[in-house]
Design a protein around this ligand. Structure first.
Ligand code: PGA
Length: 241
């Protein structure tokens, strides 16, 4: 695992956008695995800027998002469908039929999970998977547990995650308790992985994901087994390294 420490959130976002840009320049049909949350927002702003300046073309790009809350309609302002649309997709030329996000309102969520994994395989797998990290070490919504699921699955969010995500909702009670997430196998199958983190709140998770121990108590620690995983963090997130 390669760890790059930069000075600021803005530098992290620029470097992350550089990685995405070079993947798309090398292969205009690249399959991107995308993440939501506060961390990648700056990277999306930068990618939109580069698209507007004619430096990057998303016409043939395919995307798969990591996760979505269960039972939150796509037009709900806190859904990850809404996040992706407003932060990225509305501002670039990616084709709607090439965008994939798990459907949190599917009638049969289990079926939706297997459909999602099938689509990733049919697309030829993910070339670059972008990840944030929870302060509890989760990636996607793969929460610390005795065992981790390989495939896309339904998950019960931990109190830590509900608390962390309540900042986007009016109250803790409004945070959906369940979500659909790509599993560890789906993430680890990506050809290249880029994990981003910023701020002291992530320092403990960054330390325990990179200390040479792999444990399901810190799902991100499995990335140490990936052959091409890069971590770009600011100096606050690197404080305990
Ligand atoms: P954040 O979330 O980017 O909003 O900190 C990351 C995560 O929980 O995976």
């Amino acid at each position: 695992m390669k760890i790059i420490i930069v000075q600021s959130y803005s530098e992290m976002s620029q470097e992350a956008a550089d990685v995405v840009t070079s993947i798309i320049k090398a292969n205009n049909r690249a399959v991107l695995g995308l993440a939501t949350g506060s961390t990648p927002e700056g990277m999306y702003v930068e990618l939109v800027k580069r698209f507007r300046n004619g430096l990057i073309d998303f016409q043939e790009v395919v995307s798969f998002n990591l996760d979505e809350y269960l039972n939150l309609p796509p037009d709900h302002r806190q859904s990850y469908h809404y996040y992706m649309k407003t932060k990225l997709f509305d501002h670039i030329n990616i084709r709607p039929e090439k965008v994939n996000i798990p459907s949190g309102s599917a009638e049969n969520p289990e079926l939706e999970c297997s459909r999602y994994d099938r689509k990733i395989i049919e697309a030829g797998g993910i070339n670059l998977q972008i990840l944030g990290i929870g302060s509890n070490g989760h990636i996607g919504f793969n929460e610390p547990a005795d065992a981790l699921s390989i495939n896309t699955h339904l998950v019960e969010l931990t109190p830590d995650t509900l608390q962390a995500n309540s900042r986007f909702f009016e109250s803790l009670e409004q945070v959906p308790k369940k979500a659909i997430t790509m599993g560890m196998g789906s993430i680890m199958s990506a050809k290249k992985i880029l994990l981003l983190a910023s701020g002291t709140g992530k320092a403990r998770a960054i330390k325990s994901m990179s200390d040479g121990i792999v444990t399901t108590a810190v799902p991100a620690s499995l990335l140490q087994l990936h052959h091409d995983a890069t971590v770009i963090i600011d100096s606050d997130a690197a404080a305990l390294l």
